[in-house]
Design a protein around this ligand. Structure first.
Ligand SMILES: C[S@@+](CC[C@H](N)C(=O)[O-])C[C@H]1O[C@@H](n2cnc3c(N)ncnc32)[C@H](O)[C@@H]1O
Length: 286
């Protein structure tokens, strides 16, 4: 019999952060964000709403992706309750969109998408439950892709939850995928600034210490990216400032540039390409 997932399966795991992001984004005027949130609320989610960073990050990722041509294959890692996959598949029936998140989160999301689409989840939207830094799960997620077409990888707010060895595993899998498909990876580019109160809350709620996962400096982060064979281009958030429902322009104008950056800095997007040799190639382990 098919398992029925509940909020309890997701709460107090890293999946809880996906519910929080969905709550924060629901006032952003994003297609299906409100419907997903309404379902979560019906199940008992009680997070507050309106975090402009989540709205800005989502819209900035879409903006950068829209600047690319002919993308018909997407892998979204740590997709949480994001409606992007649903929306992109509804807009383009040729789109193959694969989401990989933890099994309980994906189980719950599958039920919610079935409900809000009246059982008409697009056939080329694949929801895969697994661990992004596990090679078997990663390969399961990517087996849907045609070898002769490009793949865009997307991750928003995922990497900070992974330990340094897990990040390294994931970077190697993505490198291999991008080499094979001549693709790119859009990754929200965290400032790695850690709010002490948030750390305490996350540690207590989900048992992950963000301090241990963080790079010691931006320089070390950039060396890590370089060592894994990626080149990087960064996209600021200025292009979405006039689209933010939860943080309108008259509110933005009250802030200094520094304060605005404190609030929205993590909505920057890094675009990685696999231009160098992979870590295994560099270590001679091929
Ligand atoms: C902060 S949430 C962001 C969710 C979504 N990207 C969004 O912006 O709404 C982080 C997501 O990463 C997922 N995640 C964290 N570690 C993971 C792992 N090792 N494997 C798969 N998913 C993971 C969580 O379950 C959660 O849904």
């Amino acid at each position: 019999m098919k398992k029925e997932y509940t909020l309890d399966d997701v709460m107090n795991t890293v999946g809880q952060t996906g519910l929080l992001a969905a709550s924060a984004r629901m006032e952003g005027g994003i297609a299906h964000a409100q419907e997903i949130y309404d379902e979560l609320k019906r199940l008992g989610v009680e997070f507050g709403s309106g975090m402009p960073l989540m709205e800005a990050r989502y819209k900035n990722t879409n903006r950068v992706l829209a600047g690319e041509t002919n993308i018909t294959q997407v892998l979204e890692l740590g997709s949480g309750m994001s409606p992007r996959g649903l929306n992109m598949c509804l807009e383009n029936p040729d789109m193959t969109y694969v989401e990989l998140d933890t099994p309980a989160l994906i189980g719950l999301k599958t039920q919610i998408l079935e409900k809000i689409t009246n059982g008409n989840v697009p056939p080329k939207l694949h929801l895969v439950g697994g661990n992004v830094s596990n090679s078997i799960d990663f390969n399961t997620a990517t087996k849907e892709f045609s070898p002769d077409q490009s793949v865009a990888v997307i991750s928003e707010g995922l990497v900070s939850y992974l330990s340094i060895p897990q990040k390294s595993e994931l970077f190697q899998y993505i490198h291999e995928l991008l080499k094979k498909h001549n693709g790119f990876w859009l990754c929200s580019h965290s400032s790695e600034k850690l709010d002490p109160q948030r750390i305490e809350r996350v540690c207590n709620d989900i048992g992950i210490d963000l301090r241990e996962n963080a790079f010691a400096s931006h320089g070390i982060r950039d060396q890590f990216i370089d060592a894994h064979g990626f080149s990087k281009e960064t996209f600021g958030y200025d292009g979405v400032l006039d689209e933010l429902n939860t943080f309108p322009q008259h509110e933005q104008q009250k802030l200094s540039k520094v304060a605005l950056d404190e609030k929205l800095g993590d909505a920057r997007i890094a675009k990685f390409k696999a231009t160098g040799s992979s870590l295994q190639e560099q270590l001679g382990d091929t």
